[in-house]
Design a protein around this ligand. Structure first.
Ligand SMILES: [Ca+2]
Ligand SMILES: [Ca+2]
Length: 386
């Protein structure tokens, strides 16, 4: 079974015709993908002119501005990022907004709004009790009265100067920014939305997938050639989306634990079981990308915290026909393996160029970066040295 097969929409004749076009060349070129029976040559067909390796601005240029603000995304685009990455959660009235979490105490000034003091509460999100304020308890109009704040003020104190300046953007506004900037700059700026806590949002009647597809459709960014990659740490919502959309899909993989939908369903599937040849072959049934935690690609020695040779993860994912995007590269020492530290200050800038080179040498097709300028500069020196 080729990976696109699971995307066959039973109701849409046009889609089936398009699928036939995809499958036909796949059967011809399939031998190129090697000996893995479930290899997905259909995905090797370029859907857009992709920069390789691509730099994805993680939550915007979040190293320099409060994350998930239009200012953070715009700065990333100005730096030359290939993609911007909005995490999406739902408002009370079913609008998708860009926030890393549905809890917004850590990334907005909501605690300074006495009119919302009674919204502070404790909820169980993916099995973990969280106390704060939650997007699903606010209408979009209410959320728009808040202003974003730096999530890591101890690590990135310079960014706190922007506290109080920027609104929470809707996903539609992020798409509109990418489209407008693509036109203005004459280059394609892609968008990689990540659905956050999809099982949880289903449980409260605010399913994320329908408004996600509706927003993409409204922006005319729902085509096969659209520079869009939908991501999730959960599995079942990506499987649900695959036959409903033509855009690319990315299965995120953490270094430990399990997708929460799999935990909730009791399947026993873990990220470790997914990051295997068998696991990647299953992912290739519904996805185009695998998005491993960087520690899965370059494992750290438990004692020295240094990285050495790459794991089999990139090769195994590629053998299954998946592209690989690794997360997250950040300029500060504390997020790096010990090899790349410069000095001993955890908040000081480390050798991000060497870290980027190590992951590109490991064969990744794209990487998430909080400081897109650093990643782009390192990509340039890496490409120049090839
Ligand atoms: Ca994300
Ligand atoms: Ca859903």
């Amino acid at each position: 079974m080729t990976s696109r097969t699971t995307r066959t929409p039973l109701s849409a004749r046009a889609r089936i015709a398009a699928l036939a076009l995809l499958v036909a060349p796949a059967s011809v070129t399939g031998t190129l993908a090697g000996s893995v029976a479930t290899a997905a040559p259909a995905h090797a067909k370029p859907q857009i002119t992709e920069p390789v390796p691509a730099v994805v601005a993680h939550r915007g240029a979040s190293g320099y501005r409060p994350e998930h603000t239009l200012a953070a995304y715009e700065l990333a685009i100005g730096m030359g990022a290939d993609y911007i990455e909005p995490d999406v959660v739902s408002t009370k009235d079913g609008v998708l907004v860009a926030r890393h979490e549905n809890e917004i105490g850590g990334t907005t000034d909501v605690e300074a709004h006495p009119e919302f003091a009674d919204r502070r509460t404790t909820k169980i999100i993916d099995g973990v009790p969280i106390t704060g304020w939650f997007t699903e308890d606010f209408t979009l109009a209410e959320l728009k009265t808040l202003r974003a704040e730096e999530r890591l003020p101890q690590v990135r104190p310079d960014n706190t100067r922007y506290n109080g300046q920027f609104q929470i953007p809707t996903f539609a506004e992020v798409l509109a920014l990418a489209k407008a900037k693509s036109k203005e700059l004459g280059r394609t700026i892609g968008v990689q939305p990540e659905t956050k806590h999809p099982t949880y949002f289903d449980s409260i009647g605010l399913s994320l997938e329908e408004p996600l597809l509706a927003d993409l459709r409204a922006a005319k960014m729902d085509k096969k050639k659209s520079p869009v990659v939908i991501q999730s740490f959960e599995v079942s919502n990506l499987k649900e989306l695959a036959p409903k959309t033509d855009v690319q899909i990315s299965q995120l993989l953490d270094a430990s634990g399990a997708p929460y939908d799999q935990v909730a369903a009791g399947t026993g599937v873990t990220y470790a079981s997914m990051a295997t040849p068998t696991g990647f072959a299953e992912i290739a049934e519904y996805a185009d990308w695998a998005g491993p935690n960087k520690n899965l690609v370059l494992p750290r020695d438990p004692v020295t915290k240094a990285v050495g040779e790459p794991s089999e993860v990139v090769d195994d994912a590629h053998a299954a026909g998946l592209k690989v995007v690794v997360w997250t590269l950040r300029d500060e020492n504390q997020f790096m393996a010990s090899n790349f530290w410069i000095g001993t200050d955890p908040n000081a800038k480390g050798d991000i160029e060497a870290e980027v080179h190590a992951f590109l040498d490991a064969g990744v097709d794209a990487l998430f970066a909080d400081h897109p300028d650093s990643a782009l500069a390192a990509r340039s020196t890496w490409l120049a040295a090839r």
